[in-house]
Ligand binder design. Structure first.
Ligand code: KG4
Ligand code: ZN
Length: 377
């Protein structure tokens, strides 16, 4: 079954063609980074306009790269939330109209479910092509960690009672009460005038700093210990900068960046003092430690030996290294998507949608966008 996936929940316009939920024939992502870069974050109105401009060419390109005609598509899966409503609506209305015109079935997909399926999809694809990889087994504890979300889920699979097709069950174990981890990376990068998005820049620069230089301490949570909170850490960074030479340095960097639009990492590093690099490395270290410890606690509490990590922040090199070394030391199985499938894409939406379509799920004309669509019980 060929499924067209459409994703427009934030600042990437994406379309993909995936066969049988397991083989990516194409995955096209049009990034809006140049549009939002100067604001240091996504501007919702600009994002919607960019989606409007790009949705049609992106879907066309996905079909061309997959070498399929739009009429060969057998089902349409579109992100219905969570995300920016104006952005979501562009992909959603386009997908709805397309499904109607082609008389093909349509399903709505939760964006977070998409991130979880990125792991399963890539694992299935690798195994189909004969790569000697371990099977990404369920039940698993999945950390979805991105610019908009930081959540832990228990993911289980089962069979649809009527048609015995695979179905997935999600239980939310914890989530962020304030900022998402990626948002904290982006805000710290903005404060220190390092550019947007902040995660990849901080990832690079932190390699030149001492991760133990600043002791931010553990993030304490009242109530559910599997919840997250990153706004306090972000504020702790602000207090270490405000009114100090680091703030002066950041303003100098901001002025320099205006004259040199796309600064390379090594140029940027040359404009950072050792103290700034230490602060960045210590911040990153504190975020990664918190994500790792809560994910381990969730796996322990759920008694599972399989851990998935997905979402933009899953690209972080320290996070990957720490999770990997811990998985080896503690003997749990660990699965990440490749960086291209960790960040927002439509292949993950097509893959999640495939199982819904196979199980007989159909969206009708009432399908609409939901900014805070929850996933799981
Ligand atoms: O999954 P994604 O593309 O979009 C959302 O659903 O939010 O994630 C984007 C987020 C941004 O906050 C970005 O700074 C962060 O992922 N990110 C990273 C890295 N690459 C992207 N954060 C830390 N380290 C990275 N290497
Ligand atoms: Zn995402």
């Amino acid at each position: 079954m060929l499924v067209l996936g459409i994703e427009s929940s934030c600042d990437e316009t994406a379309a993909a063609i995936v066969a049988d939920g397991a083989k990516i024939l194409s995955s096209v992502v049009a990034s809006q980074i140049p549009t939002h870069e100067k604001y240091g974050g996504v501007v919702p109105e600009l994002a919607s306009r960019e989606h409007l401009r790009k949705i049609e060419p992106v879907v066309d390109e996905a079909c061309q790269r997959a070498r399929v005609g739009i009429r060969d598509v057998e089902g349409v899966a579109v992100t219905e939330g969570p995300g920016l409503v104006g952005s979501l609506l562009v992909g959603l209305v386009y997908g709805k109209a397309l499904a109607l015109a082609l008389a093909k079935p349509l399903v709505g997909v939760n964006h977070l479910e998409g991130h979880i399926h990125a792991v399963l999809l890539e694992n299935k694809m690798a195994r189909l092509t004969g790569d000697p990889v371990e099977e990404a087994n369920l039940p698993s504890v999945t950390l979805v960690v991105s610019g908009g979300h930081t959540s832990l889920f228990l993911v289980e699979d089962g069979r649809h009672p009527a048609n015995s097709h695979p179905v997935f069950n999600y239980k939310r174990l914890g989530h962020t009460r304030d900022d998402a981890a990626g948002e904290a990376f982006d805000k710290v990068a903005k404060l220190l005038a390092l550019g947007y998005p902040g995660g990849p820049v901080i990832d690079q620069l932190a390699r030149s700093g001492d991760p133990e230089a600043v002791d931010f301490g553990r993030i304490k949570m009242k109530g559910n210990p599997l919840d997250f909170s990153f706004s306090g850490l972000k504020t702790a960074v602000l207090y270490r900068v405000r009114g100090t030479p680091l703030a002066v340095e950041a303003e100098q960097r901001r002025a320099w960046r205006k004259t040199s639009e796309s600064a390379r990492a090594d140029e940027l590093r040359a404009h950072c003092s050792p103290q700034t690099l230490d602060l960045i490395a210590s911040f990153q270290n504190a975020v990664v430690r918190d994500l790792l410890e809560r994910t381990l606690a969730a796996a322990d509490a759920s008694r599972v030996d399989s851990v998935f990590v997905s979402g933009g922040v899953a690209c972080n090199s320290l996070l990957r290294a720490r999770f990997l070394e811990t998985s080896r030391a503690q003997g749990f199985r660990l699965f990440f998507p490749s960086p291209a499938l960790s960040t927002d894409n439509a292949a993950m939406i097509a893959a999640a949608g495939y199982y819904k379509l196979k199980a007989g799920q159909r969206a009708d004309a009432t399908l609409t966008a939901h900014a805070s669509l929850p996933l799981g019980t």
